[in-house]
Write a protein that binds this ligand. Structure first.
Ligand SMILES: C[S@@+](CC[C@H](N)C(=O)[O-])C[C@H]1O[C@@H](n2cnc3c(N)ncnc32)[C@H](O)[C@@H]1O
Length: 338
């Protein structure tokens, strides 16, 4: 058994992604909107191997369920959970580090996520397992609903995200221009992208300028394309060239080349993919690109598939995911090809 998490709007698509990998998988029930409890026909290891080969786009996080525990929402729960964690010892590799990731759903909890994490981690370290909260090799995943707790152990790399439920949160910085910045930060981390030491970025659909700001903070010059205004701190930055054009007007006539292309344009996903096909000749050989694909409420998967198909004509896909900071969109990372 396992739990999977997606955005609320993408829950059914995420379920289909799981069924595409394990056609006999059965949804036991939705524990919460966007949190499905699944009975896999495959073993967890076989399913995890398939996830590595064909990573899903809309499914954000998965974790196995090896034990379920009845809960009362009082202090006795913690003892029950500790006992269950001990029962999971055989699933933990003593030669590898571990961490506990707890999620609490619903109201009325007399204890916090932190309390559960600490109690279970202490119980396991007392038995000789090595805790590493920063880069654990294994995760004890704990999902608590008002009546039932769901626990399972997996390799961190098999959960699709290093964060409980895929919820990657960043601190807000005083200089932050838009919440869109979190999307780019999450994409860089998820897809393992690093900025070149120096270089030039193209930012399509740049306004108000969050992605442009991040590229500047990382030492790149930026050409920002957007008919709309950039935020005042960026408007006077000599490292930014802002052209008040649409991408469709700018791209066909330019021979500029870029180390990085960013694209967060609010346009139909397929049109945005077509702009990226035009921009392909402007991306330097070792360059990379990050873009969002804006999806409609209905047929989101179909539109995403067709936009990804367009992109594959000229790019190699590093990955495509609906990240925690994406709403009705997915984020795609690309490298040039040919
Ligand atoms: C979600 S906002 C971008 C936010 C930006 N990434 C940030 O971090 O602040 C989308 C932007 O796309 C721009 N846009 C829409 N259609 C465009 C087009 N055809 N060419 C260029 N920009 C476009 C809009 O003007 C809008 O500013």
């Amino acid at each position: 058994m396992m739990l999977f998490t997606s955005s609320l709007a993408s829950a059914k698509i995420a379920l289909e992604e799981i069924r595409a990998l394990d056609p006999s998988a059965r949804l036991r029930r939705w524990l919460e909107p966007g949190l499905g409890w699944i009975e896999l026909a495959l073993s967890w290891d076989a399913f995890a191997a398939l996830l590595r080969e064909q990573p899903p786009v809309f499914c954000r996080h998965v974790c196995p369920v090896q034990i379920t525990v009845p809960l009362k929402q009082d202090a006795s729960d913690l003892e029950m959970l500790v006992e269950s964690a001990r029962q999971l010892n055989p699933s933990l590799d003593a030669a590898q580090t571990f961490s506990v990731q707890t999620r609490l759903f619903g109201e009325g909890w007399p204890y916090a996520r932190f309390d559960v994490n600490t109690r279970l981690a202490n119980a396991l370290t007392a038995q000789g397992f090595a805790l590493d909260v920063r880069r654990p090799a294994q995760i004890l995943s704990v999902a608590l609903t008002p009546k039932t707790g769901y626990l399972g152990v997996s390799r961190a790399a098999d959960n699709l995200s290093d964060w409980a439920g895929g919820e990657r949160r960043f601190k807000t910085e005083p200089e932050q221009i838009s919440r869109a910045e979190f999307k780019l930060l999450e994409a860089l981390e998820t897809f393992g992208l690093s900025w070149p030491n120096v270089g030039h970025a193209l930012d399509l659909g740049a306004a108000p300028g969050g992605w442009t700001r991040i590229a500047r903070v990382n030492g790149l010059q930026v050409t920002a394309i957007d008919p709309a205004d950039l935020a005042p701190p960026l408007a006077t930055d000599p490292g930014i060239r802002h052209l008040r054009h649409t991408a469709q007007r700018y791209l066909p006539g330019t021979d500029d080349t870029f180390d990085v292309i960013l694209n967060d344009m609010r346009v139909d996903a397929r049109d945005s993919a077509r702009s990226m096909l035009t921009a392909h000749r402007n991306l330097k050989r070792d360059g990379w690109a990050v873009m969002t694909l804006k999806l409609p409420h209905s047929h989101a998967e179909r539109v995403a598939t067709s936009a990804l198909g367009l992109l594959r004509q000229r790019y190699t896909l590093i990955g495509a995911r609906q990240l925690f900071h994406n709403r009705n969109e997915i984020t795609v990372a690309l490298t040039g090809r040919q």
